[in-house]
Write a protein that binds this ligand. Structure first.
Ligand SMILES: [Ca+2]
Length: 206
C-alpha cells in the first residue's frame, strides 16, 4: 500500500517530464534539387540508447507516426508536413515530447524528410534527406545542437540554408538518400518466416 501511495505522489512529477521542441527547417530540397512540395512528410527522431541513426533499409516500412521505433532504439518523436513559409518551403512546427523509458535528456536528435511520401509509410524507392548537427550556427543567432534538452525546457531547432542566412549548404538540405527496394529474396525470406510462424501457431493449438 505504501508503495502505491508513493507512486501516486510521484505521478505529477512524471507528467511534467515534457520538453517542447520547435523545429524550423527552411528550404529543403527534393533529390532533383527543386524545393520539396507542400504536404510531404518530415519526422523528428531521437536515438535513445546509442548515437547512431537508422538509415537505408532500416527505414523500409517505417510508420510515420509518433512512437514508431526503427533500427532498434530510434523513436519518432514528431511528425510534420511541409508547408510554404514566405518564399521558402520547409517544416515549421512545435512538438511536445514526454520523456519516458529510454527517451530522455541528452538523446541525439535528427530530422528526416521524405519528399516522395504523402502517406504514412516509408516504401522502397523513396528518396529521403537526413539532417542533424551537434553544433551549428542556426542563422537565428547562437549555436544549437540537435540534443534532447533537460526536462521541462524548450529547444528551438531553427536551421536555414545559406541562401536564407543559415549555415547549412544545399547538399545537406537535399534528399539525396534512397530507401532501397527489397529484393525478391527478401520477400521470399519474409514469406518463409510467415510460414514458420504459422506452423508454430498451428502446433501450439494442437
Ligand atoms: Ca540509434
Amino acid at each position: 500500500m505504501k508503495k502505491i501511495i508513493t507512486s501516486l505522489l510521484f505521478l505529477p512529477i512524471v507528467s511534467q517530464a515534457n520538453v517542447n521542441l520547435e523545429v524550423q527547417l527552411l528550404d529543403l530540397f527534393q533529390s532533383n534539387g527543386t524545393l520539396i512540395t507542400a504536404g510531404s512528410k518530415g519526422i523528428l527522431v531521437a536515438s535513445t540508447t546509442d548515437s547512431v541513426f537508422g538509415q537505408s533499409d532500416a527505414l523500409l516500412g517505417l510508420n510515420l507516426t509518433v512512437g514508431s521505433i526503427f533500427a532498434g532504439d530510434d523513436v519518432v518523436v514528431g511528425v510534420m508536413s511541409a508547408s510554404a513559409l514566405d518564399t521558402n518551403r520547409g517544416f515549421a512546427d512545435s512538438v511536445v515530447v514526454p520523456y519516458s523509458g529510454n527517451l530522455g535528456e541528452g538523446d541525439k536528435l535528427a530530422f528526416y524528410w521524405f519528399p516522395d511520401i504523402s502517406g504514412s509509410t516509408v516504401v522502397g524507392g523513396s528518396s529521403y534527406g537526413f539532417y542533424r548537427s551537434d553544433s551549428i550556427d542556426s542563422g537565428a543567432g547562437g549555436t544549437v545542437a540537435f540534443i534532447a534538452p533537460a526536462t521541462g525546457s524548450a529547444l528551438t531547432l531553427a536551421y536555414y540554408d545559406t541562401a536564407n542566412g543559415g549555415m547549412a549548404t544545399k547538399p545537406e538540405f537535399t534528399a539525396s538518400l534512397t530507401v532501397p527496394v527489397p529484393e525478391p529474396s527478401t520477400y521470399a525470406l519474409m514469406g518463409l518466416g510467415l510460414v514458420v510462424v504459422g506452423l508454430m501457431a498451428r502446433r501450439k493449438k494442437v
